[in-house]
Design a protein around this ligand. Sequence first.
Ligand SMILES: Cc1ncc(COP(=O)(O)O)c(C=O)c1O
Length: 507
Amino acid sequence: MIGNSTGKRAVNSLLVRIDSRSREPLQQQVYAGIRRAILDGVLRPGTRLPSSRALAADLGVSRTTTVVAIEQLTAEGYLTARHGSGTFVARNLPDDLPPARVLPAPNARARSLSHRGAALTAVPSAGWRVGGPPRAFRVGVPALDLFPVRVWSRLVARRARSATLTQLDYNEVAGVRALREAIADHVTTARGMRCTADQVFIVAGAQRGIEEICRCLLDHGDRVLMEDPGFPGARSALVSAGAEIVPAPVDASGADVPSAAKSHGDARLAYVTPSHQFPVGVAMSLARRQALLEWAKAAGAWIVEDDYDNEFRYGARPLPCLHGLDPDGRVIYVGSFSKSLFPALRLGFLIMPPDLQQQLVAARRAADLHPPTLDQLVLADLMSEGHFERHLRRMRSAYCERRDALLSAADRFCRGALRVRPIHTGLHAVADLDEADGDAVFREAARRGIEVMPLSAYSVSPRPANALVMGFACARPDTLRAGMEQLAAAIEAAARPTTRFRSAARR
Ligand SMILES: Cc1ncc(COP(=O)(O)O)c(C=O)c1O
């Protein structure tokens, strides 16, 4: 029996069907049944749920099963717990959240912020999520289901058991030596870079590294060229440093930084993702790379090369990274373990021109000193004992399978309505839409619990391509297929009246 917040009894049953022969875990069935009932409006906002005990008795499952399902729905925002009065269907469902480009509402507290703080809090977040564990098309998340948790926990336990007094003390500001050596070896072999451990600077994730670079190299009002569309994390770091951001449009050869610089006057820094432009996915041509380096030399500018997912290539031969082509020490290379391992690790690295390394070390003394030592040591072990390379090899073949599942599901369910561009690198795809507007598809998909992003969410240009950005790495092939079927329904719902697209469900 279900009541509402005013205490009135309602007569709906939850409509949760438990199939004891199904291979789907019971708690997942309970979770999915309640969520479906909420999304279908059977359980309306404000409705009170029965207690976990009553629900368990009603469904013939254990109380732990219902507790876990209710906790997950609460964590994802479908339910809210009110102390002493029970659990209710949330008034604002996560699926109804506004699109990613909407700016946060002006907040009275913003008045007490600095100019920099106010600018920073106004940067729109492009990373909209339904929440909960990885699901189809989440952007930027690797296959966490395939991460070697047992190896990792063995290494963590070993390091924790054997921690020395020196390791428990404040440590090297640039990062643990063993990790810096392992990273220098890795980039020398994998990326053909000339680099020593002295140039490696460990950061708490690539995003944080970009922020540290901006803090040291930019003054308020400095002009910075940034790819458009581009990575919102880099945009936030630039805004936080008070930079004036000049967009460098991206075409099939990557961002054309020198042309953008020519029409806007000199800049102090350029931020680029040459190996796999985020989010468009193209590689910067060799001619553009050379022109960019020449521009930086002539302008006395720095280049931040973000190589966030270069480990994953599907057949394509990599072009040399900018850092490897740069004779003048103008390129700062940024690497991340968020895609190669897992994002919660919060570790990445910078490879710096030698003179700059010491400056960043000095600047960091004013901040957090260094990332956590234990995590760095475990990561150093993972790399030096060969587990990292092994994991990358396994992931390359898993991602090929997931990419192929995405492509064939798009073909099957969306036909020509979603044209996925060729995927040679990385963990996400870009797909053009002809029949519907990307922002409208985003909203319809969100209503169905599907996480796709419109390309417009990453653009400052008023006329971005009408396309979706879709992660394919974090979900299994069957989940991608199910997600694509839902996405096809979203495209149909958002389709312009003049189009004739019908999703597979309706054909
Ligand atoms: C282009 C780009 N750079 C950097 C990152 C973030 O890396 P990290 O998690 O190490 O901060 C991302 C994350 O999605 C990204 O897309």
